[in-house]
Design a protein. Structure first.
Length: 538
């Protein structure tokens, strides 16, 4: 079904240079596997899923450009031979050939200023019937990308060496609507070359419209072919997962996965005690302290992601393929969502391991809901998020819509709240990100001082961990998670970082175990994947 007609294009062309074409097809359920899609993708691509509870899943296989930066310097890379790629996609059989990117220009300034200027070069309407991401940029902001401390720590050899931020520009994406069971293929065409001082050449505009239509229809066919091709592998993996899940104990100790860490148990507990010294001195109320774990992996991150989505489907999970490294994420937490002038955040604070039975789960839920320490800590974090949201909101519009409810995941359960607000007039998505980033749930209270303590006590920079990944569309709407429960894979090594909120009543050994528990679903996904691969070779 065509959702964008020729008259829309003629009207939009008077105001915009990027015109959307939406092609809709009925499709029941997500593909059982994304493997066949990656065969058609370039080195930079993504899938953003929404677990069991969200409405939309987004997939982008070929950005037209990307930008990455460290500190206040960035480089934009553009797709080589873009016209040939577009011609291939609009041909009789769309197929992504080998693609390459080349540096186009250097940019300087604070990351959000660079990102704002980059996206301001593209002007596109959002079709009235679409309330989701249809095109724009997708990527991540690392924790260290927007330093709030007076003297940010310089990089060392032990620190992560990924860019502080990287965003990809997508003018062709798939959107799956779980609620309506429909697939939308969203194609944007840059018509600036069809414009002159006299306006748009209508004949050239019509050809661009027809090219967009062919591309959208071909991409709908590509989705169908890839989904059908991956069905057998997906069914086999799901059956093997069910066998492994019955045989395994989900409460396996996190130390059983033979991991290297950047802090020993003794070092971590000593750091917890140092945080408590700062709390007793009245400098902070709570600090989120984390440790990093790593181990070698022989499997592709795309396969690890398939196992994670079976083991622990989460509301803000996804896979970012970023050239030399990949992010495999099972994040449960929303940092910020902006829809028009409506803002929303959903902080998580308070954790228990899942029980072995439904009865144990209910008992653990009740204990978590009535635990004075956990309730106090969660309220503190809600206050931080309330204050952050207020920095970008109309006065008096911030509200707590849901307070301290339980959400269950495969290995842990959490206390969760939901806050909303109305955007202050004159501000945009980048102002909102500056107001709320990084999330208070993964720093502490007050935020600036806790970040200074984190720099003092954690032996390495956090890199992407506790940053955010998500999307910003051409109209300035956005949605970003918090990068927790996320594995970074580079050069055959997987890195996972996890932490715990430290307060005055914290028991250091328990906080160490909580940090291991939060990473457990990721390492168990690796274990399942390796077990299944080993079985397939015997």
């Amino acid at each position: 079904m065509i959702r964008t007609d020729w008259q829309d294009w003629k009207r939009w062309s008077r105001k915009y240079t990027m015109l959307p074409y939406i092609y809709e097809a009925e499709w029941k359920g997500l593909p059982l596997s994304w493997e066949a899609f990656w065969d058609q993708a370039g080195p930079y691509s993504f899938v953003l899923e929404s677990g069991r509870s969200g409405r939309y899943t987004y997939v982008g296989l070929l950005p037209s450009a990307y930008i990455c930066g460290c500190g206040e310097e960035a480089v934009e890379y553009v797709l080589l031979d873009r016209d040939s790629v577009q011609e291939a996609l609009s041909g009789a059989s769309a197929h992504l050939l080998s693609v390459r990117y080349e540096p186009a220009r250097k940019m300087q300034g604070p990351p959000l200023d660079i990102l704002r200027a980059w996206m301001a070069e593209y002007h596109s309407p959002l079709p009235e019937e679409m309330s989701c991401f249809t095109g724009g940029c997708a990527g991540y902001l690392g924790y260290d990308s927007l330093p709030m401390t007076k003297q940010p720590r310089s990089r060392t050899e032990a620190d992560p060496d990924e860019p502080d931020y990287l965003f990809m520009l997508f003018d062709r994406i798939w959107v799956y609507d779980h609620e309506c069971e429909k697939l939308s293929v969203c194609v944007h065409i840059d018509i600036s070359r069809e414009m002159s001082d006299q306006g748009v050449d209508e004949a050239k505009l019509l050809e661009a419209y027809r090219r967009a239509a062919r591309t959208a229809e071909n991409l709908a066919d590509m989705w169908r072919v890839c989904a059908e091709k991956a069905a057998a592998a997906g069914k086999t993996r799901r059956a093997r997962f069910e066998q492994l899940a019955k045989a395994e104990d989900r409460n396996t100790d996190g130390e059983a996965y033979l991991l290297e860490t950047n802090m020993s148990k003794e070092q971590f507990t000593a750091a917890v005690k140092r945080v408590q010294d700062y709390i007793r001195a009245g400098e902070v109320l709570q600090v989120n302290l984390s440790l990093s774990q790593k181990r070698k992996v022989d499997l592709a991150p795309e396969i690890l992601y398939e196992w994670l989505r079976l083991l622990n489907p989460s509301p803000y999970m996804g896979l970012l393929r970023l050239g030399e490294f990949q992010l495999v994420s099972g994040s449960p937490e929303l940092l910020i969502k902006k829809s028009g002038n409506h803002l929303r955040t959903r902080p998580i604070g308070g954790t228990r391991k899942r029980g072995r039975t439904e009865e144990e789960d209910r008992a653990l839920e009740q204990e978590l809901l009535t635990n004075a320490k956990e309730r106090s800590e969660h309220k503190m974090l809600v206050d931080v998020e309330y204050a952050d949201l207020s920095r970008a909101a109309e006065h008096g519009t911030v509200s707590v819509d849901q307070f301290m409810v339980i959400e269950r995941y495969s290995h842990v359960m959490h206390l969760v709240s939901d806050l909303s607000a109305k955007l202050r007039q004159g501000l945009d998505a980048y102002d909102v990100l500056e107001a709320v980033f990084p999330g208070g749930t993964i720093t502490g209270a007050p935020k600036r001082r806790t970040m200074e303590i984190i720099e003092e006590l954690e032996p390495t920079r956090r890199g992407v961990y506790t940053g955010s990944f998500g999307w910003i569309d051409y109209k300035g709407n956005m949605e970003f998670n918090i990068i927790i429960r996320t594995m970074l894979v580079r050069g055959g090594t997987a890195y996972v970082q996890a932490g715990a909120g430290i307060v005055s009543e914290s028991v250091p050994e328990r906080e160490y175990q909580e940090s291991l528990s939060k990473a457990q679903a990721l390492w168990q996904a690796v274990h399942y994947a390796e077990s299944a691969e080993k079985d397939s070779l015997t």
